[in-house]
Write a protein that binds this ligand. Sequence first.
Ligand code: SAH
Ligand code: SF4
Ligand code: F3S
Length: 445
Amino acid sequence: MKKVYIETLGCQMNKSDTEKILGMLDYLGYEEVCELKNKDSADLLIINTCSIRQLSEDKAYSRIGLWGKWKKDRPELKIVFCGCVAQQDGKEVFKRAPYVDLVMGTHNINEFPDLIKRIENGEKIIANDETPIEEKDFPLKRTKGVNAWITITEGCDNFCTYCIVPYTRGRERSRVPEIIIKEAKEALEQGFKEITLLGQNVDSYNKKEISKGEIGKEINLAYLLRKLNSFDGDFRIRFTTSYPADITDELIDTVVNCEKVCEYFHIPMQSGSSEVLKKMNRRYDRETYAKIVKKVREKVKDVTITSDFIAGFPGETEEQFNETLSAMREFELDYSNTAAYSPRRQTIAAKREEFFLSEEVKKDRLERLNEQNKQNCLASNQKYIGREMEVLVDIFLNHKGKNILTGRTRNNKIVHTPYDKDLVGEFITVKITGAKTWYLKGEII
Ligand code: SAH
Ligand code: SF4
Ligand code: F3S
């Protein structure tokens, strides 16, 4: 059997694509190896890349330098460079990494089996079409674990001025409900205990199709959640990412009424300043965001709300940055992903060079943002001390001579519980005994 090693950078979209690629390779007779020791560890090396920030892009190229050296000694080794940087850079990849055999963008993933056969026959290929090649019914090879990711929308039409995703992933498209439901059923049959519906903006699932009259208006995200909730068995349902302006009352009510749908919303705010949000082309202001968070908190008991923020967007003043810090505090955001602004090719904000802030200013703001984030996380975790919570166990490991179960509550809090038996994939009830910044401590009851 031939061996493949695949390294996945970036977001869940890429992880989900990796599962698709591994499914196709399984069919072609490849076996996955998880460790890459030397040039003989695998016959096919794949890197699935991310270009959300300059740092992620640089990482993609630096990772494969060694693979190029190996190929000099072992010319039959095949190297594939795929994902968002491949979509964006196309033939430029060959300039920077001439030893790559296949550059495959995000739109060509469905023709991967044909492309692999061609590189096996010695061809060198660039496949980064502007429009997606239609989906074929290939089984996925899901990464082992308790959670199965199911893509419901691909691409994005929002064109936030800083963001590369609409360029690397193309226009927003919704996958048909029958395929999503079938994949969910298969995942549950395989023993997964959690299903997460995935998209850059899950709330707009089928929105285009509904507005064009191609599909009934009831077939939206809330419909999918209700449908999955009706399946038998003990499992959880999640969805991510929510665009603040697109969260509907129907969606919030569905979370409340469906017992398997978890009390967790990821609602990236990006900036606390309405002026900056406008420059980012986000379709909401601070007040609108405040109203949504308030509504979600009022209706959904114990809800966790997480967010993303960018520090140092071009032209951001110290005052506007302080509005971001105050937003994090005021909305009591339970956790936030943070990043310093990184100019991305093709995007509107990257053209406003005269407004760029210095690296020092961005670094300083990012540090302050991270400090606020830590305070928020700790305060959020402390609320749960003394409570009994349901935990789905993800990991069982020995830490400094002690066996520990790590899992997540329904509202996505990480809990560490000392216990001697491997209970991965099981639901346990835990009493919360302590709170750290990034996790809770518990005792099994
Ligand atoms: N669709 C999601 C975000 C996907 S990208 C949404 O709309 O919220 C994930 C995160 O990366 C974004 O939320 C943003 O905070 C960050 N990001 C995107 N482009 C960036 C850039 N150019 N510089 C810094 N951070 C960026
Ligand atoms: Fe990027 Fe904005 Fe689309 Fe999110 S909504 S993927 S930040 S363009
Ligand atoms: Fe995801 Fe990175 Fe692409 S965040 S969509 S892998 S640019």
